[in-house]
Design a protein around this ligand. Structure first.
Ligand code: CTP
Ligand code: MG
Length: 264
């Protein structure tokens, strides 16, 4: 653990009120892993994108606030780059414990480090969420719905949206279409993704050993033969990847802030 903010409190206590052998009997509380150790190369700003200002707050502050405001969230563990110089400026939500660990050189290594840290705090078969720091527009009601839909599921799953545009495969420079792909059954994978702590850690390690690309938690679970469930979520839960996405996220956040002010 790198730093500790807020008072510590065990998420597993909240999550095991009765019948510790099955999720069904447990109170619906779980920890969230937030990978935030990236450098934001594609945005190309003077600092990692999670620390850019967006609608009056840092991008990561929006993300943490939305997670903390979700009733099922018991605590948050944030994976930070070992050389991070900005975290100390972040105003963390007071509602739940927010802890930090060192991230790794790739996203899945950051997630794995956070899962290892959680190992002494939550039981092997407890659910955890993984949510990108770079998705500040996630809706609290979508997170709660994901958890409610999957709580008694065998495998777990993720927020996702069906692909709406016609999909093309291209090749060459400049790119030229070589194929139109049937979009039937195609979805965009979002976060949060929800899996049991130990099986997710094991899946990431197995995929790493096999040299398989791990682009999200689901891909590691899929490598292990699991079929994660897709829970439809809001389309504005975008991952800020380019400077253009920053403008879009700012628009979504300002629109929502405006709606809250307008409510009686
Ligand atoms: N992430 C991480 N550890 C890494 C790489 C990424 O924790 N070694 C996190 C990012 O901070 C981000 C999320 O994973 O919250 C999604 O990754 P991505 O959008 O690719 O962010 P970056 O890697 O920062 O951006 P880029 O790839 O453009 O450098
Ligand atoms: Mg990246």
């Amino acid at each position: 653990m790198k730093t500790k903010r807020n008072s510590p409190e065990s998420g597993s206590e909240a999550a095991s009120e009765s019948d510790p052998g099955s999720s069904a009997g447990r109170a619906r509380h779980l920890w969230v892993v937030v990978p935030a150790a990236g450098s934001g190369r594609r945005v190309g700003a003077d600092r990692p994108k999670q620390y850019l200002e967006l609608a009056g707050r840092l991008l990561i502050e929006h993300t943490l606030e939305r997670l903390a405001a979700t009733p099922c969230v018991a605590g948050i563990v944030v994976a930070l780059a070992p050389e991070d110089r900005y975290w100390q400026q972040v105003r963390v939500p007071a509602k739940v414990p927010v802890e930090t660990v060192n991230g790794g050189a790739m996203r899945h290594l950051s997630v794995r480090n956070a899962l290892l840290w959680l190992a002494s705090r939550v039981a092997d078969d407890e659910w955890v969420l993984v949510h990108d720091a770079a998705r500040p527009c996630v809706r609290s009601e979508d997170i709660q719905r994901l958890v409610d839909c999957l709580w008694e599921d065998e495998t777990g799953g993720l927020l996702a949206v069906p692909v709406a545009d016609t999909m093309k495969r291209a090749a060459g420079t400049p790119p030229r279409v070589v194929e139109t792909i049937d979009r039937e059954g195609l979805w965009h994978a979002l976060t949060p993704q929800m899996f049991r702590r130990r099986s997710l850690q094991g899946a990431i390690e197995a995929a790493m050993q096999a040299g398989v690309a791990i682009t999200d938690e689901s891909s590691a679970m899929e490598y292990c033969g699991r079929r994660p469930r897709l829970i439809p979520g809001a389309r504005d839960n975008i991952k800020v990847t380019t400077a253009q996405d920053l403008a879009l996220a700012r628009h979504f956040l300002q629109r929502e802030a405006g709606q809250q002010v307008a409510q009686p």
